[in-house]
Design a protein around this ligand. Sequence first.
Ligand code: BGC
Length: 737
Amino acid sequence: MIITDRWAGGTAASALILFFAAPVAAQTQADVAAAERRAEATVRAMTAAEKTVMTHGIMALPLTANSPPIPADAVPGAGYIPGIPRLGVPALRETDASLGVAYAGGLRKDNATALPSGLAMASSWNPALVEQGGRMIGAEARSKGYNVMLAGGVNLMRDPRNGRNFEYLGEDPLLAGTLVGHAIRGIQSNKIIATIKHLALNGQETGRHFADVRISEDNARESDLLAFELGLEIGAPGSVMCAYNRVNGEQACSSDWLLNRVLKQDWGFKGFVMSDWGAVPNIEAALKGLDQQSGEQLDTAVFFGDKLAQAASGSATWSRRLDDMNKRILTSIYASELDSNPAMPGGVIDYAANAKIAEEVARQGIVLLQNRGNALPLGKTARNILVIGGLATTGVLSGAGSSQVIGDGGPAASIPVGGTGPFAGFMNIVYHRSSPFAAIQAKAPDATVRFRNGRSLSEAAAAAKAADVVIVFANQWSGEGFDQADLSLPDGQDSLISAVADANRNTIVVLQTGGPVLMPWLEKTAAVVEAWFPGIRGGEAIASVLFGETNPSGRLPITFPSSEAHLPRPKLDGFAWLEPDFIGRKPVGAGPLPVDYDIEGSDLGYRWNARQGHKALFPFGFGLSYTTFETSDLKMDGMTASFTLRNTGNRDGTSVAQLYLTDTPVGQRQRLVAFERVGLSAGETRRISMMIEPRTVGEFESGNWVISKGKYSFALGANAEDLGKPVTLRLNRKVWR
Ligand code: BGC
């Protein structure tokens, strides 16, 4: 977001600002105010015809036979918005997305660096590292000539089966909002525009064009919208992408409530709202707050071209709105200096250095879930290591869809899954060129390391019997346009792990998944490592954790439920339309698809489990290390918490301090209110202090944030379920906007 003084005029607000850690926006208010003034001057100089040039554009890819030609000055990619050379306004050249420069349906042959998935990034709980990742992918985008990155996905995990969970940053608004803000800062440090998306409540792919999410304002503001609000404050992105789904009956891209009232009025957003590709229902969306129609060949008509010009010529309301649309787009262009400091194709990229950043993200994002009898790290004594399954000799798994990045030399494997929809040809299971098997071999030069592909259970089990240690790779592919039907590992991998663990209890499972899975074999296995989709150097990062060069420090940014029956929606809404086609349009004969998010309200994931008394398989915040940590002496001084953190083991390691609200005067509720990643050498003790984000303590009520007068309890947690002794704090009533 481009920030204005959001506290201005508030009286209660001024009291709060004293203890609110106001983030430093990447672009200052002065920059934005100056950009806005320039934008106004440019709008005044525009002809009527020029005013609809930037309000719409195409998907710059020859996807179908009737795709429009790609203009000469476009860079093939997700989107292109023409510029106005007469006024020195550059074209917008847009690329996906949050994990790196996407490969645009195979059209671009130049490689790009694939970061690990969003969930892997979020597992690091490390804003600085996520910012570094953003800086890296933004620099690649700029060097390829793009000046807009459609990166900044922050939809919260409301359903563990959502096919796009891997692109996002988990289930908690404070964690996800903070991290996305830093990712955006990193991207925009390259003088290009980043895009926070998809506003809002885009929680499942099934029926994504017609799912109608029902939620009260208060619940939305304390959860999904809070993640956006924090991301906008910290990152100040130039653009916001609205979502495909409906919210309370309106298309999100035509929601006056979301776009005009919350985003532009309440949050003071000065940049522009672009539609998702094929998400514009009609021209009225402009009055509801949409500023730009993207990927227009996917909509039923070009609403923001001639039709908009016509509307503006006959009405002062439409004409004012059109000026405002232009002003907003230009404000972001000027604030990021797209005109004076243009991105040009042909920049030099140091892929080797960038791969190191991707590897570091993977190392910090891998989560050690189980480690019986210190089965890990693998010592030098293992002589006979058997690796099974997961295409581990080939590479590491990637998530699919518009965010797909292809690295150096093309994919290690690209396996078509088939299908009949228009996008079926793009449905390929892609593996990046980073073989975990080769990386394991490299770490164990004195051992015999063998591989079985795991297609035969009996053969894998027989081989497992003869090994000192077995490492099973188990994969759950996921991607845009489809959800998981359930939380089992696909293709019989649960049975494979079970059979192997029956044959050899020294079985280590390495998961590459797009979200949580159930683990019916958990009790039989020695260790479990969640590697997510670990990016272009994922194999090396996995081996580094297995052999203890990296002491695991990842913590889950999502809950792994112990049963689908515990979910607010045990069965996915629209299950019958799970895979109508890749783009999730309404199948003929399908009725409306209401999705009731008021069931859990703002209590997603661990919050829901706490409310219902459910125990997770692995809770939010969970993650083991090869050392141990202890926290003590929690003290609350207003909204600052301080405590002692000790590394009680004999290895250096990194812990993530997590502070939870556990009780309030208006009822019991659990919320992550502060966190910090802290590295400590063996035996080291440190006093840490953390600031609490007041919006995680307060409630949203009738348009205001409210902290009620009374007693609040806070506890440090090793994770959301393993909480220390609570400390209480008396707070006075505060109301602010
Ligand atoms: C996705 C967006 C993406 C856009 C452009 C849409 O299908 O939902 O996240 O940025 O396509 O590729």
